[in-house]
Design a protein around this ligand. Structure first.
Ligand code: SAM
Length: 283
């Protein structure tokens, strides 16, 4: 596992209590529905608590003064965290095992050209770049791409061979195929819903069946690996995500698929499922 400075301290009653670097935070978590808190005495440690409001959004309620942003040490790279209106912080710790896997695959491959779609604040981009990859980083939100670039600078990777692109993932892949560009590896972590920069709507159930086969078309003959991760409740188990992907893709001669849950293990030893990942490597 990456040495990420993060702990899941407790979860239950639809919420999780987590330490991200210097701050303990209390956030909603559908995966904690139906579980009971094991350490209720720890919850007042939270410096801030996020509450959903009636509409789509929510609000942070701070109990103690917090910095506008603070660093999260992820071992090979560093992420700047902050409290966002959506309740996110700039890091998905359930991806830590994937960062480790990406770094290992990049080292095995030499200096691969990696495409990272839905790349957010750049954790997978930086895991790949720190291990020696050339990366094309694509996310539709220009402010999030700027955030990822700050993370690269904070990680000593400002001069690494990373192209930063604010674009719709599907449009970008279609254009790359028309241009005849190929990649050694593709990473994609699509949300259930999203928007391209020109308001194009991304809906996982409609658009992933179009995008995933194109990702394999982008892989050249000598390409090395593909990693699909999903946080959507319907595809949260390793089996359901692998079955879904295999139905979409049909037989993929020359590739071997492995699926795993993305779990976070709490201090108590309990596991919270936060989605699943399927990786394909060349046989
Ligand atoms: C679940 S986050 C990805 C998390 C990231 N892979 C990580 O582990 O840090 C989803 C990201 O997809 C982006 N996004 C949403 N719709 C998009 C689209 N149509 N094209 C490209 N990016 C999109 C969002 O801006 C957001 O950063």
């Amino acid at each position: 596992m990456s040495a990420i400075d993060y702990e899941l301290l407790d979860f239950g009653d639809g919420r999780k209590l987590e330490r991200f670097g210097q701050y303990v935070l209390d956030r909603p978590s559908p995966a904690a529905d139906g579980a009971s808190k094991r350490s209720p005495q720890r919850w007042p440690e939270a410096a801030a608590r996020y509450e959903r409001t009636a509409g789509e959004g929510g609000r942070w309620h701070s109990r103690r003064p917090l910095s506008d942003n603070w660093p999260l040490d992820c071992g090979a790279f560093q992420l700047e965290l902050k409290l966002t209106d959506a309740g996110q912080l700039g890091a998905f710790p359930e991806q830590a095992a994937n960062w480790q896997w990406i770094a290992e695959q990049v080292k095995l491959a030499g200096r691969p050209k990696v495409l990272n779609l839905f790349a957010y604040t750049g954790a997978s981009t930086l895991a790949a770049a720190a291990a020696g990859a050339e990366v094309v980083h694509v996310d539709s939100a220009a402010n999030v791409v700027a955030w990822a670039r700050r993370n690269a600078a904070a990680s000593g990777l400002a001069e690494a061979p990373i192209r930063w692109i604010a674009e719709d993932a599907l449009r970008f892949v279609e254009r790359e195929l028309r241009r005849g560009n190929q990649y050694d590896a593709v990473l994609l972590d699509p949300p259930a819903y999203g928007h391209g920069p020109k308001g194009q709507v991304w809906k996982l159930e409609l658009d992933l069946p179009r995008l995933l086969p194109l990702c394999f078309e982008l892989c050249g003959v000598g390409s090395k690996f593909v990693l699909l991760s999903c946080h959507t409740a319907e595809l949260a188990s390793a089996e359901s995500l692998r079955d879904y992907a295999e139905n979409l893709l049909g037989p993929l001669p020359g590739w071997r698929a492995t699926a795993a849950p993305m779990n976070i293990v709490a201090s108590s030893g309990a596991r919270v499922n936060c989605g699943a990942a399927v990786c394909w490597v060349r046989r």
